[in-house]
Design a protein around this ligand. Sequence first.
Ligand code: PMT
Length: 363
Amino acid sequence: MAPALGDMEPAEAESVYFNEYPPPKALPKHEALARAFIELHVEANRRVVLVTSGGTTVPLETQTVRFIDNFSAGTRGATSAEYFLQQGYAVIFLHRQYSLLPYSRHYSHSTNCFLDFMDEAPPVVGAANQDDGSIVVRDEYQDQMRDVLRKYRYAKKNNRLLLLPFTTVAEYMFELRSMAKLMRPLGPNALFYLAAAVSDFFIPRNRMVEHKIQSSELPPEYEKDSAVGGEGDEIYTGENEAEPGSRKKLVINLDPVPKFLHRLVDGWAPDGSMVVSFKLETDPALLVYKARTALQRYSHHLVIGNLLSTRKWEVVFITPDAPHERWIRVPKARRSKSISGVEDQVGLAEIKKGGAAPTETRQ
Ligand code: PMT
């Protein structure tokens, strides 16, 4: 039996993984856009950050109806991208399609619908046509919206923000590898900020079924096309033993996705660039241990740890140098109902320094 990708040396896993999948259709277009974007900023000696954001999916069928998703709204990535732009960086924003985007995130979330910020214009006293049907931003939102609009326009006009979408984990991996290699001319002006929630388990392509997995018996003439294997295969449907005669159960056997952080740090990324990864956990007892282990394993510069339940209010910075562990916390009084992240509360400048003085100390 062929060894699992997770058991191979990183370079071998890379060659096997990338040979198994066809590159995403959009990759050549994304590469052309990124090449031009990077050239422009190399010429200007500007720093460029690749921000990854949002969750990757793992399809269950080649013609995908069902998929497994990774949790992430894209708040961390979109918010951080705005702060990088404010700090003078150009940003390649590699994001899950339809997740939150820099600037528009203020008005695109379901609790922040842009329509709630608008009104019909009041009639113009004395004008021939008093109600011309135009719409305006409501008074109370003028200042904030003007501020966001100006920053958005500036980034667009000056070519500071490149938006590149992905959906599946394979697309993400191809895009990440290409972008990192294209960023080589930037040398130490390149930064990688890996906030995307990347799938840890997947179904290798050679074990994926082509068509939609069926949950009920089909007449024999259709069985061939929709077969998903029998017990012992990677995916199979079988009788639900608890309820004989009921609909079939689905059993899925997933392989570990190779961690390409090794390859990013040691192979793809330019010499002298900085790599920041994130570590997401749900168990507080594991977070610091897992973040430290990641830093030791991949020998990069910074791991930012966060817990699912508190990620908007606190993060921990794990660095190779002292103080090794530093918490950034938003004081309780400033924890608004806003959907934004800790970046909005403490600012990325503090994050860039390697961690603000903790606004609350660890108990
Ligand atoms: O978008 P929000 O709702 O604001 O949420 C933000 C966030 C919680 C998603 C974000 O802050 C975060 O923690 N992102 C990283 C999530 C993640 O993938 O964690 P992980 O522990 O599974 O992986 C750790 C690192 O390994 C990640 O930097 C990832 O890029 C990398 N990885 C993961 C899996 C994989 N197969 N290969 C990888 O290289």
